[in-house]
Design a binder for this molecule. Structure first.
Ligand SMILES: [Zn+2]
Length: 114
């Protein structure tokens, strides 16, 4: 399942950061998941909570933010927010648009203690 492998990579990133920065527990993790990233948020949190048991993410509070996706029109250069990947430009109705934000998953903050 997609969400499980994403949760796995988040855990690996945090474990690497912990080795580097010498912390042993994370009390809170904030993750930004774009609206067009195709991630089922509930499944992702469930997967991360499960994988996190007995690790550095044990009992960590997980907060998710979902930033609006942004797209640029290649025809008229209009920038707009969108919730669909294949939307046409609201300004000129062109279908030649490029999604510039809202596709990625990233860790935005970690609150840690030793
Ligand atoms: Zn346009």
């Amino acid at each position: 399942m997609h969400e499980v492998s994403l949760a796995q990579s988040v855990l690996s990133i945090v474990e690497e950061a912990a080795l580097r920065d010498k912390f042993t527990q994370v009390s809170e993790i904030s993750i930004s998941i774009g609206k067009l990233a195709g991630v089922e948020i509930d499944s992702f949190i469930f997967a991360l909570e499960n994988l996190g048991q007995g690790t550095i993410l044990n009992n960590t509070k997980i907060s998710i933010t979902q930033p609006e996706a942004l797209a640029n029109c290649m025809t008229c250069a209009h920038e707009f927010s969108t919730n669909e990947r294949w939307q046409s430009c609201p300004n000129c109705q062109s279908n030649d648009i490029k999604v510039t934000d809202g596709l990625q998953l990233k860790i935005v903050d970690l609150i840690v203690h030793d």
